[in-house]
Design a protein around this ligand. Structure first.
Ligand code: CU
Length: 129
C-alpha cells in the first residue's frame, strides 16, 4: 500500500499526502499533514463506507453506525492476527494479518455484533439504519 519513504513525498501535493494514511513501523497512527480542509473531492462512495481499525486488541470505533447498503472495511493494524466473526454467522473474515483488510456490505437494518474468535474478548458492533 503506502510503502514510499517519507522523504520521497516531499514533492507531492498535500492533497495526495492527506489521502494516504501513514502509519509508523511501531504503533499505528494516522498522521495528518497540515490543516487541509475536509476533502470535498472524496468519492461519493465514501458516504456509504466505514472503516474500522483493529489496533491494540480492540476495534475502533467499537460501534460503527452506517446506513443500509454501506460497506464496512476492517483493517488489522496490529502485529497480531485477528479476525472478524459474527456470532449470528452473518459474516466471517479469514484471519487477517497485519494491514490486511476485510469488507462486508450490510444490506439490512439491524445491529450486528461481532468479535475476534482468536481473542473473544475483542468485540464490536455495526448498527445499520
Ligand atoms: Cu484478535
Amino acid at each position: 500500500m503506502v510503502s514510499v519513504a517519507i522523504g520521497v513525498l516531499t514533492g507531492i501535493p498535500i492533497e495526495q499526502i492527506v489521502h494516504g494514511a501513514q502509519h509508523g513501523t511501531g504503533g499505528m497512527r494516522f498522521v495528518r499533514i497540515g490543516d487541509a480542509p475536509p476533502a470535498d473531492d472524496k468519492p461519493a462512495a465514501a458516504a456509504d463506507s466505514k472503516q474500522v481499525v483493529v489496533d491494540n486488541f480492540s476495534f475502533t470505533p467499537g460501534t460503527a453506525a452506517v446506513p443500509v447498503g454501506a460497506t464496512v472495511t476492517w483493517t488489522n493494524h496490529d502485529d497480531i492476527p485477528h479476525n472478524v466473526v459474527s456470532p449470528e454467522q452473518k459474516f466471517k473474515s479469514p484471519v487477517l494479518d497485519t494491514d490486511e483488510t476485510f469488507s462486508h456490505t450490510f444490506e439490512a437494518a439491524g445491529t450486528y455484533r461481532y468479535y475476534c474468535s482468536i481473542h473473544p474478548r475483542m468485540t464490536g458492533q455495526v448498527m445499520v439504519r
